[in-house]
Design a protein around this ligand. Structure first.
Ligand code: SD4
Length: 343
């Protein structure tokens, strides 16, 4: 029979039991969850090692992931021997160096510049777009005008080496992006030993997780060499070349941007991680979508994704072999990993 006093007693007991349970759970749950590896920074290609070192200076001093990725990618942007990012980048078919870059922070703020000329550090202009305007993207002349108003210096980005390579290209002027140079030479030698002008692509995409557990990312490139003037790739497109969700993780891409844009690649990778995929599996699934849609095209192009989740676990996957990425954390500062690939 229902007895009110008994009921109160019973519910008081179960509340107490629940409280004990919660308390003991509090002791159990954290140790059952994998510890977060932070701070940590990862970036695309071998030249990511030098970029990560600059980012690490910020991260190891308790700095913000946003500052780390900006300062990290300054390194390849300013490196004239790197002909696929920033100063010294290979020009478009008209001989103009046009740069694409974007940046995204832990709060989901983002900024981008598209086809920006004459500015050595497009990533910093992208950050200003994010912080000083109500917009996300500025393109071409408007982006340049904004950069100059913000105090950036106008400089000639076409170095003698890149001009020479372009003039060589003009002799045949075949618009065939050579995407798999690193693939062809992969087994013979370390790709970084190639003369600089043999790289006609290779964007830097970087993702950092700082000591506070916040994620940010940056992506910057001179795009495909000898592209049509005005062509914009995936790199400055939020969701394609870069995406960050501070609850889940971040992703970035390199390779033939058109295919990344068509599949909203980096957003897809992050959403797959949200569904429980590991970073590598998420990158693989995004690559498989590209291959499945265009198997014949995919045979001859490179696309690589690089991702990190909120725990600081990372992974990558590419269509072709030869895609490398650099990792830097408290244990190791100059790690280069050969990403897995479909072919
Ligand atoms: C683009 N995704 O402009 C860039 C180029 C690149 O490795 O990353 N190449 O399409």
């Amino acid at each position: 029979m229902f007895n009110r006093r008994k009921f109160i007693k019973a519910s008081a007991l179960s509340t107490a039991l629940l409280a004990i349970d919660k308390k003991s759970m509090a002791n159990v749950v954290p140790s059952a969850v994998a510890p977060t590896n932070k701070p940590i920074v990862i970036s695309t290609w071998d030249f990511g090692v030098a970029a990560n070192a600059a980012a690490w200076k910020v991260l190891s001093a308790n700095g913000k992931a946003l500052d780390a990725v900006e300062q990290g990618v300054w390194v390849p942007e300013a490196d004239e021997s790197n002909q696929s990012v920033g100063y010294g980048g290979l020009p478009d078919r008209d001989g103009k160096v046009t740069l694409d870059a974007c940046i995204m922070d832990e709060a989901g703020n983002c900024g981008a510049v598209l086809a920006l000329e004459y500015i050595v550090h497009p990533i910093s202009v992208a950050r200003k777009v994010m912080e000083k305007t109500p917009h996300v993207m500025l393109a071409g002349d408007g982006a340049l005008q904004f950069a100059l108003e913000q105090g950036f210096k106008k400089e000639n980005l076409l170095t003698p080496a890149s001009e020479k390579a372009w003039k060589e290209w003009l002799k045949q002027a075949k618009y065939e992006p050579v995407m798999n140079i690193e693939n062809k030479l992969y087994d013979k030698a370390s790709p970084q030993k190639l003369p600089g002008n043999q790289y006609n692509h290779d964007t830097i995409g970087m993702i950092a997780l700082d000591a506070k557990g916040n994620l940010s990312g940056a992506c910057t490139t001179s795009g495909m060499a000898y592209k049509l003037h005005g062509r914009v790739g995936d790199s400055p497109i939020i969701g394609a070349g870069l995406y960050i969700d501070n609850e889940i993780g971040g992703a970035t891409s390199t390779g033939v941007g058109e295919e990344v844009v068509r599949n909203v690649g980096s957003f897809l990778v992050v959403e797959l991680m949200r569904q429980g995929y590991s970073p590598e599996d998420a990158c693989k699934e995004a690559v498989m979508r590209i291959i499945k849609k265009k198997p014949e095209t995919a045979k001859n192009i490179q696309v690589g994704f690089l991702a990190m989740n909120k725990k600081g676990e990372y992974g990558a996957y590419a269509i072709q072999k030869g895609f490398t990425y650099a990792v830097c954390d408290a244990k190791k500062q100059d790690l280069v990993i050969k990403g897995k690939s479909y072919y």
